[in-house]
Design a protein. Structure first.
Length: 211
């Protein structure tokens, strides 16, 4: 971790802010090296990514590693008149995956109930299936098993709600990851210590813990 300096970084332009609950920080991408937690709404610049981990830079030159999935992105300037429209992450592929996983489980359960499948084959057929969805009017919470996180959907776009695992260097690559990469636009209820697995009980009463 860099030693804090007294002078501010010239032309510091934040790419993210810390979520309202604050954010734990580490000296290196290692859960065993904690450092001073970050205050809520602190502007930071995402300098690099290593899986789920992100190295952030503060305006005074202090750097640390955080769970980059929980950072809140600073929005870009509004597009100029006549420019192309922009969208957040399309929620439809994740909704389709949830429907497919639930359908596979339902068909296996029906076969088990009808006697066409025994217990061992039922376990084999459903092994690896992980699905979670809570629908409350226009709001939907979905479990993204690929990235081990809950995401919030307002019908238009997705945003990280809570992470269900510790940050991992070996995590799947994030499209566009790097300085200023989108690490989760909104994270209501984020800022918990990564790895506690309380993706549901602490945030929304309908969300089960992630195991």
């Amino acid at each position: 971790m860099s030693v804090p300096v007294s002078e501010y970084v010239p032309d510091f332009r934040p790419t993210h802010v810390v979520p309202r609950s604050g954010l734990d920080a580490w000296e290196a991408p290692d859960p065993g090296l904690p450092t001073t937690p970050l205050d809520a709404f602190l502007p930071v610049r995402l300098e690099e990514r290593a899986g789920d981990w992100g190295r952030i830079l503060c305006s005074n030159g202090w750097t640390a590693w955080v769970d980059a999935r929980l950072l809140v992105t600073v929005p870009d300037d509004p597009p100029a008149a006549g420019g192309p429209l922009t969208r957040t992450a399309d929620p439809r592929p994740l909704i389709a995956r949830a429907e497919d996983a639930l359908g596979r489980y339902r068909r296996a359960a029906e076969a088990l109930g009808a006697g066409r499948l025994d217990g061992e084959n039922f376990r084999l057929r459903t092994r690896g299936l992980r699905v979670g969805m809570v629908v409350d009017g226009e709001s939907v919470w979905l479990y993204d098993a690929e990235h081990e996180r809950w995401v919030y959907c307002d019908g238009v776009g997705l945003s990280t709600y809570a992470a269900g695992s510790s940050p991992s260097v070996a995590a799947a690559a994030v499209p566009g990851a790097g300085a200023g990469a989108d690490a989760g636009e909104r994270a209501p209820g984020a800022g918990r210590t990564p790895g506690k697995g309380a993706a549901g009980a602490e945030g929304h009463p309908g969300l089960p813990p992630v195991h």
